[in-house]
Design a protein around this ligand. Sequence first.
Ligand code: GTP
Length: 299
Amino acid sequence: MPDGHRSGFACFVGRPNAGKSTLTNALVGTKVAITSSKPQTTRHAIRGIVHRPDAQLIIVDTPGLHRPRTLLGQRLNDVVMSTWSEVDVIGFCLPADQKIGPGDRFIAQQLSKVSKRTPVIGVVTKTDLVGQAQVAEQLVAAQELMDFAEFIPVSAVNGYQVEQLSDLLVTQLPDGPPLYPEGELTDEPEVTLVAELVREAALEGVRDELPHSIAVVVEEMAFREGRDDLIDVHAELYVERPSQKGIILGHKGERLKKVGTAARAQIEALLGAKVYLDLHVKVAKDWQRDPKQLRRLGF
Ligand SMILES: Nc1nc2c(ncn2[C@@H]2O[C@H](COP(=O)(O)OP(=O)(O)OP(=O)(O)O)[C@@H](O)[C@H]2O)c(=O)[nH]1
């Protein structure tokens, strides 16, 4: 191990759409966490790994914290809480273009419970959307929220201070050797990433209540017999109600076709091979409230 090498874990928290996934991608430099203009799409703790000469930073991407109403909501919050207690540093994302509100205060209140043990860095995100004065205002407002170890304004879109954020996070890591081999970007099984990419494509442009009702299960993923350049992927898209199935399918199945085309391009980029993607939509009534269905769908 080179002298002074650090390694450890970080995660980003913040209200839905705060820019956590995009920031993870910007730090890692490759698309590993899914992003979407719809809130609460990150269901799995996907890790991105930042390899630097002086450090290895493993980013755990948690779901959004929210007031639990369903069994799924409770499980998601449990995942968040246990993640916080396991990481070395937390980045609390506060979008520069949104006033700090009750959602942020709720998170700050929960974070205060762990901030003695795990340092929290205030990250003002999306600075490209506002002027300097508004960034400064947001930094001042953020100071009222809780005790932060540090503050930093960033933009994942134009790269402003992404390196500096990486430095700040690394400063909080303990000395240690790299924990993962170089070249590894994520330890999430490829199947989960593929399912997330399908989910992301299916969420594009659909109505607001739908995101919480879609789950994707990859039933099969394998090279086609006798080929090493073509992968067959069979995936099921689960919705809660027949009406939602109609929304996903679109007129004569045209929307689903577009979802398939978009997802296939992403999956091919991820796997580095041609992909034949077979998508089906199924109704699993009230899957969010049914423990058996939740387990089967991987929650
Ligand atoms: N202009 C601008 N937009 C951004 C930036 N970062 C994220 N966004 C956009 O903000 C939206 C939400 O970003 P995400 O990264 O998905 O947010 P998130 O916090 O991971 O969202 P959840 O998974 O729903 O909790 C997307 O439409 C992004 O393209 C940024 O630095 N600048």
